[in-house]
Ligand binder design. Structure first.
Ligand code: HEC
Ligand code: HEC
Ligand code: HEC
Ligand code: HEC
Ligand code: HEC
Ligand code: HEC
Ligand code: HEC
Length: 401
């Protein structure tokens, strides 16, 4: 036992040092994970799974929620880019002071209120910010949209005046974080209280793989054993179990819940968590957050035996931006027949094999999420890739002309 705790201490000192240099924040000891003694914490995995860790650490999963500091905040607080006017008399100014970030409210030229950003949601395409007060978190009225590098109203927020009372309950954290220390579980979900200082932000290794302390201690003690022990073996899972390890957060949010998503462990299936919902073939699903529902409507999925999210994605990396890589995956199943015989090939030539995606998985605007940018009278939409793989007549026209 001594041996194990000595090695564990070493691992935690090592990872603590690395964390300290990289992030300059209070290092978390490996064996004091908030979820309890069964959990080791992501930094502990680094020593044996360096490559996975390096790939993972700057992904959208790792940063699905994060602390408000200069490494994580992507919005602009520079003069000239940090004002949002609701009307001539009401504006918000986003300010950085020391290492903190604030929303300041101005009415008739006078500053009337100030809110500090405590937490961040989002990373790659957009960020929305939270402030904490009395064991609750609240979403701030403006978000930052990276595709246009501008502040705009947070989705669903009023465009006529700033609003600071939208409480963000457990629901958002169930998909965007790894642990919450709940104080009360009220029937009214918006009243859920939790200790904002005791959260595990981001989607960490054990959020997907389950508690791994026993795995860590075993392998520290048995370095010669190269076969994984005391951890769920992903390859032994059924297709449904593999899919559901992603679908727990990627199948929309419109079904009656049976159990909190926080209790999901790799190997579980969705039926324990939601009332199962079968989407009819023609039902139109929103592209936001429902990749599972859309993929399930595709013939590629229903008529093949092994397709999962990992057919096209690496669980430890963001979506690859290179569409030719996905197209190679399409061609593997479609054996180039389409490349050779596609009626559209005449106009495109061999290039058709490099991008099956824009024609068969076009980008679509989410109907659920829209926002208004500064200096614009119109609403903009959040645009995502449809995971319903099929023949789209409209997008064909666009791609061909
Ligand atoms: C002391 C070394 C050690 C540490 C620390 C460690 N692992 Fe492992 N892990 C192994 C070894 C050895 C294997 C088997 C070889 C391989 O797959 O890399 C393995 C395999 C795995 C696998 C693959 C299982 C499969 O499906 O085949 C997962 C998942 C995993 N580890 C997760 C974790 C997580 C999560 C952590 C941190 C909480 C962690 N490991 C920390 C040694 C370690
Ligand atoms: C605990 C919830 C959760 C689980 C489990 C989960 N995801 Fe995610 N995933 C998210 C959230 C939340 C985001 C958006 C993060 C952000 O940008 O803030 C996301 C983003 C992504 C992205 C987009 C990254 C990018 O390039 O923009 C991909 C791809 C993805 N997930 C695939 C998967 C796959 C594959 C699995 C299963 C192995 C999985 N996810 C499991 C919650 C989850
Ligand atoms: C979004 C969920 C998710 C997160 C977060 C995640 N994994 Fe995985 N991991 C998976 C899935 C799914 C597989 C199986 C991949 C496959 O079959 O292609 C996997 C495979 C592995 C494997 C074995 C195969 C390999 O790629 O080496 C190891 C080891 C591993 N994960 C460790 C980790 C560690 C360490 C972390 C944190 C740094 C982590 N995982 C974070 C979902 C996740
Ligand atoms: C059912 C799981 C789920 C819930 C609940 C959820 N999200 Fe997300 N969220 C996702 C996924 C998945 C993505 C990324 C892909 C997408 O939009 O389909 C995402 C994307 C985002 C993004 C954009 C990140 C980026 O860079 O693209 C923000 C910001 C965000 N969510 C905030 C929130 C807030 C705030 C709440 C609560 C009001 C919330 N989410 C609730 C799963 C969820
Ligand atoms: C795992 C194998 C597999 C992969 C990977 C795959 N498909 Fe398919 N796809 C199928 C099967 C099986 C069918 C159904 C064929 C049938 O019924 O004749 C299908 C059908 C289709 C159809 C016809 C759909 C309809 O509604 O008529 C299109 C278009 C298509 N696939 C495009 C793609 C594209 C583009 C990709 C890559 C993004 C892709 N497929 C990846 C197996 C796959
Ligand atoms: C047939 C291939 C394929 C499969 C299977 C697949 N994806 Fe994707 N996914 C893509 C492509 C292509 C993109 C877009 C990449 C881009 O445009 O940069 C993407 C992007 C994403 C994104 C980023 C949001 C967006 O719209 O750009 C998320 C999240 C995601 N996938 C989740 C999943 C999940 C979860 C599963 C399993 C339920 C899954 N994907 C299965 C091909 C696939
Ligand atoms: C310019 C747009 C475009 C591109 C690029 C494209 N397709 Fe298609 N595809 C179509 C259209 C249009 C149809 C319907 C043809 C018809 O009904 O006559 C189609 C039909 C299909 C079908 C079902 C019909 C069949 O039997 O062939 C499959 C499978 C398919 N495409 C796969 C692919 C794959 C794989 C790629 C990439 C190698 C690809 N497509 C690239 C436009 C495109």
């Amino acid at each position: 036992m001594k041996n194990i705790s000595a090695s564990l201490a070493l691992v935690s000192i090592l990872s603590a040092t690395i964390l300290f240099i990289a992030y300059c924040i209070e290092p978390v000891k490996a064996n004091t994970d908030l979820r309890g003694p069964g959990y080791a914490g992501s930094t502990t995995c680094q020593s044996c799974h360096q490559q996975v860790y390096d790939h993972y650490k700057n992904t959208a999963h790792s940063k699905a929620t994060s602390e408000a500091n200069h490494q994580n905040i992507k919005a602009s607080f520079e003069p000239g880019h940090n004002i949002y006017s609701y009307d001539v008399n009401t504006k918000l100014e986003m300010q950085k002071r020391d290492s903190c970030y604030f929303f300041q409210v101005y009415n008739y030229g006078k500053q009337t209120e100030e809110y500090r950003i405590d937490l961040i949601f989002g990373w790659k395409n957009a960020q929305t910010y939270m402030y904490a007060k009395n064991d609750h978190t609240y979403e701030l009225p403006l978000s930052y949209y990276h595709s246009v590098n501008k502040w705009g109203t947070s989705p669903g927020f009023p465009t006529v005046q700033p609003y600071f009372a939208r409480m963000v309950g457990r629901d958002c954290y169930e998909c965007h974080s790894s642990y919450l220390d709940e104080k009360t579980t009220s029937v009214i979900s918006s009243q859920e209280k939790f200790d904002v200082k005791k959260m595990i932000l981001g989607i960490d290794c054990e959020r997907c793989h389950g508690p791994a302390m026993q795995h860590v201690t075993y392998h520290l003690d048995n370095p010669a054993d190269k076969k994984a022990k005391y951890i769920v073996l992903v390859n032994k899972l059924s297709r449904a179990q593999k899919i559901d390890a992603c679908a727990i957060c990627h199948s929309g949010n419109d079904r009656a819940k049976i159990e909190s998503r926080f209790y999901f462990r790799m190997g579980d299936t969705l039926d324990k968590f939601f009332m199962r919902k079968h989407y009819s073939e023609n039902e139109s699903l929103d592209v936001h957050g429902n990749q599972h529902g859309l993929l399930s409507q595709s013939k590629c999925f229903t008529r093949s035996a092994n397709m999962t999210c990992m057919t096209c994605h690496n669980a430890h990396q963001d979506a690859n931006a290179d569409l030719s890589v996905y197209s190679q995956t399409c061609i593997k199943c479609h054996k180039e027949t389409h490349v050779a015989e596609c009626p559209k090939k005449a106009g495109i030539g061999e290039a058709i094999g490099k991008n099956c995606i824009d024609c068969h998985m076009p980008k679509q605007a989410s109907g659920a999420i829209s926002f208004r940018l500064q200096d614009s009278s119109k609403f903009s939409s959040y645009v995502l890739r449809s995971h319903r793989i099929m023949i789209y007549k409209d997008s064909m026209m666009k791609n061909l002309h």
